[in-house]
Write a protein that binds this ligand. Structure first.
Ligand SMILES: [Zn+2]
Length: 329
């Protein structure tokens, strides 16, 4: 569905260069880096579900933001020192705050209505915090590696500012969703069963966050503006037929009783999902190339012409033209 001290100089450089590029009338325009959470926002994110807490109030009153947020994290994760260490290092190294979701009922489109409750990633759920932590470090390194191969600075922010851990009552969906630079993560999520699938699900969500800020004037998110034409062409040809859609599907994820996630109807418009799955495929292929690993499913861009066109549009808009995959034969 839809979704840094050490926050890397490349973002600052990207913003700087992008200003120059815009003046020169060249696409794409970069977006400013997302603002870090304030101490008040961190307090809300960490304690909105908990009983009134005088220690948390004292943390929130500390004058210095980082010290205040670290104090809040220490307090919230006090019951699980191992989780506490991970949460603190995420804040200190990547400036990401690992918080708790607010209870609510969501309209999950084809999934129906879903009750969501907050669930701290501690005790039996701590492994999720470990996987997320490794995933975010991977994205950070990925963006740095990619930047070395890009023709211009990336217009892509690889990290959210905050996480919201949750559980869906009697359900295993949605695995994750994202908005306003926050990623919500379901400890019962069907897609979140190992480190690799957590990494891939989070990359998909973080792409949504980038997509939603790549607006143009008053125009909608990038995917809707730019990829609808291609996605519509594929849907006209294939409908929901899996065999027909297979060569166009950037990932193997499918909906039970439905079709490929990238083309599933009733999902709030499938174009953002096509875009996020395309971005995930880009990540998988480029990551393998950067690590000198083999990618088994071949080069997406060397499939049907629609794939090559969507790939090129994505690479140019978000990733500074960086493409480590050889030209198609
Ligand atoms: Zn999505």
């Amino acid at each position: 569905m839809h979704a840094r001290a050490a926050r890397l100089t490349y973002i600052a450089i990207a913003t700087l260069f992008a200003a120059t590029l815009v003046r020169a009338q060249q696409p794409p325009q970069a977006t400013p880096p997302p603002p870090a959470l304030t101490a008040a926002e961190a307090r809300e994110l960490l304690f909105s579900n908990a009983e009134p807490n005088s220690a948390a109030d004292a943390c929130a009153r500390l004058p210095e933001r980082d010290a205040s947020v670290d104090c809040l994290l220490s307090e919230r994760y006090a019951s699980d020192p191992a989780a506490q260490r991970i949460a603190l290092s995420l804040r200190r190294e990547l400036n990401v705050v690992a918080g708790i979701e607010t209870p609510h009922t969501m309209n999950g489109g084809f999934r129906g209505m879903i009750r969501i409750v907050g669930e701290a990633p501690v005790g039996p759920h701590r492994r999720h915090l470990e996987w997320v932590s490794r995933a975010l470090r991977d994205f950070d390194q990925f963006a740095q590696g990619l930047a070395r191969h890009a023709q211009r600075p990336l217009a892509y922010h690889p990290l959210p500012t905050a996480l919201r851990f949750l559980r869906s009552v009697n359900r295993t969906t949605p695995s994750a969703y994202a908005r306003d630079w926050r990623v919500s993560y379901n400890v019962s999520g069907s897609l979140l069963r190992n480190e690799a699938s957590v990494r891939e699900t989070l990359f998909h969500e973080i792409f949504h966050l980038n997509d939603e800020v790549h607006t143009s004037g008053t125009q909608r998110r990038w995917s809707a503006r730019v990829l609808t034409r291609i996605s519509d062409r594929i849907l006209r040809r294939c409908g929901t037929n899996r065999r027909c859609l297979a060569p166009y599907a950037p990932s193997t994820t499918t909906v039970r009783g439905g079709t490929y996630y990238a083309f599933q109807p009733g999902n709030g418009g499938s174009v953002p999902e096509y875009a996020a799955e395309l971005a995930l495929r880009y990540y998988q292929e480029q990551r393998a190339a950067l690590r000198h690993e083999r990618f088994d499913r071949g080069a997406f861009k060397c499939g049907p012409p629609e794939n090559a066109e969507a790939w090129r549009l994505l690479v140019d808009e978000f990733f500074g033209g960086a493409d480590l995959i050889s030209a198609c034969p």
